[in-house]
Design a protein around this ligand. Structure first.
Ligand code: ZN
Length: 142
């Protein structure tokens, strides 16, 4: 591993061990989406609270591998406080990056960039993307 990969791994393990914004809230203002990834056993629920076009909160809960759980935590920190349109763009860009599609490199993925290496491991792409897909789902259900 090169230094960058070691740093990325540290970020992932930190979010796995010290999850941010974990735990669902019982609040009607939140949109909730549940997604499972049967190939790995990842099972995750994501909530978002959008007010005045701003992502006020992102919560999640569930079980899964380190890639899945940490990416949900990184996602929550990356997206909270963003304009809804910007959050949508970041999620879309992140998923395109993971799946090796063309993506807009001018979009700042912040810490989520640490999952770039996952594209080399096709079996893990779903792990790294399901929380983000669930978030996109919460926006659509508005
Ligand atoms: Zn997984």
């Amino acid at each position: 591993m090169n230094n960058l990969e070691i740093l990325y791994r540290q970020v992932i393990m930190d979010h796995y061990k010290n999850p941010r914004n974990k735990g669902l809230l019982n609040d009607n203002g939140y949109k909730t989406i549940h997604i499972k990834n049967p190939t790995c056993g990842d099972d995750i629920t994501v909530q978002s609270l959008i007010e005045d076009g701003i992502v006020k909160d992102v919560r999640y809960d569930g079980t899964g591998c380190s890639i899945c759980c940490s990416s949900a935590s990184v996602m929550s920190e990356t997206l909270i406080g963003k304009k809804k349109e910007d959050a949508k763009k970041i999620a879309e860009t992140y998923i395109n990056m993971l799946t090796n599609k063309e993506y807009d490199e001018t979009v700042d993925l912040e810490e989520a960039v640490v999952y770039q290496g996952v594209q080399k491991f096709p079996a893990r792409i779903k792990c790294a993307s399901i929380a983000w897909k669930a978030f996109e789902g919460t926006l659509e259900s508005e």
